[in-house]
Design a protein. Sequence first.
Length: 291
Amino acid sequence: MFHPIRNASIRLAALVLALAVAGSGLAAEAEDQDYADRMSREHRDDAPVANPASQRAAIAPVTTTKVEYARVGGHAVTGFLARPENASGELPGVILIHEWWGLNDNIRSMAEQIAARGYVALAVDLYGGKTAQDARQARELVGLSMENRGAIEDNLRQAYRYLSTEAGATRVGTLGWCFGGGWSLNTALLMPESIAATVIYYGRLVTDPDALKTLDMPILGIFGSEDRGIPIETVDAFEKTMRDLNKDVTVKVYEGANHAFANPSGQRYDPQAAEDAWARTVAFLDQHLKR
């Protein structure tokens, strides 16, 4: 029997649901736009030049190679793999996620530095082989990447799978700067039972307790007090939520430091803060991955 009132109620509920989904999508798009705009302002006068972070010498010889670690959307994804030259046996692994400039030589240098300390390090590529030479190009690449979040998630899942199977990593952590810092956290959220440790250098944060409650790995967050791209209020909210959830989180805020103060590429390098942050990063990874 036809029930006009019931059918109208069903149609109304469907319409409300559709509007809610559309509204959620528009809100997420607006948040992405705001984030990209903030990064553009932070890096407006910056350039992807090498600085003391990427010029730091590896402490031991390493071997490096380009590897196809994923296929996304039918296309091969090539990353940069580094490991100790004379390594024997299984090693812990680290997924390194590039800044908004892309997978350039400076990120490759960081992979070599990590590998020299006893890791198999995979520097991933979230830009499909492209890199930025200025802030305008970087803004475009960030925008394009955020239009297909699912592709990035697939990319990072396969990066973990490559390290844990093909490269034989015993435990896998994540490390990222800026744009990559946000994806370091997102990788932990994607695979909370798989990632063993996460380092976030002033990345885009999640503060929703329902999302963060799934995290079981220790997290190190590194931020600058003068960062306008990742406001200190958001950092405080992230730390409070994590502590309220009884999560293992360490947050270090460097007074007077700006956004990108420890990036491998760029002109905003702060030697004192960056070197201390690097020492903390190395100690953190050693503590939680070398078990």
